[in-house]
Write a protein that binds this ligand. Sequence first.
Ligand SMILES: [Zn+2]
Length: 139
Amino acid sequence: MCPCPRGATLGRMTPAQRMYARAHLEELARRHRIKLRRTRRWKSEAHAWTRQAWIPRSMRSPVDYLIGLHEIGHIVLRHGYKEELRVEMCQEATAWAWAVEHADPELLRLFTKAHWTVIGSAMASFLYAEAQSRTRAKR
Ligand SMILES: [Zn+2]
């Protein structure tokens, strides 16, 4: 499971940008021998052991594109599954960094501070849910 951004799409890409974003993700997937599958944004995930990435079907917002890159990054970086929390958080951060490093500069230019806030909030929400479940477990 990936703490991917939910909800807010924050602006849409033009049809041409969406096609370009999809084509870029498909090209990266081919290059890294990854099978791309489409899903709802909040169900995005990657399985490094089967080399499959579930990426947002809609590809409306620049955030959808970055989620796609992030999931591909998990596989390229050979991330495990069900790691300890601190390992998982490091993997999340490095998959986002990989996404930024491999994003097309033309599409990366579409990102505003609000988009980065959505991505940061996803990490914070994941930690919040983890903390909540640990608090409940101790009672
Ligand atoms: Zn992730």
